[in-house]
Write a protein that binds this ligand. Sequence first.
Ligand SMILES: [Zn+2]
Length: 78
Amino acid sequence: MDTTQSSVGSSTRPGLTHDVDLKAGTCSCEATIRVCRHVRVALIRDYKARTLRMIERYNHELLNEDERLELREAIIRR
Ligand SMILES: [Zn+2]
């Protein structure tokens, strides 16, 4: 799953979404600042997804099933 591309809902205009491409560093909104709210939301989503993938890859042998689920839940809730 590529989490560097994200569709983020507008907070001021319900139903409208903006397309963020983290690799290109772009957002389809008209904000004049470089790191708009949509890019920040996309960065957090990407960070969480990467962290979860990392945990699933490396901790598989270190933790038992219950510990893995607990850790996963704790990250999702943050
Ligand atoms: Zn934006």
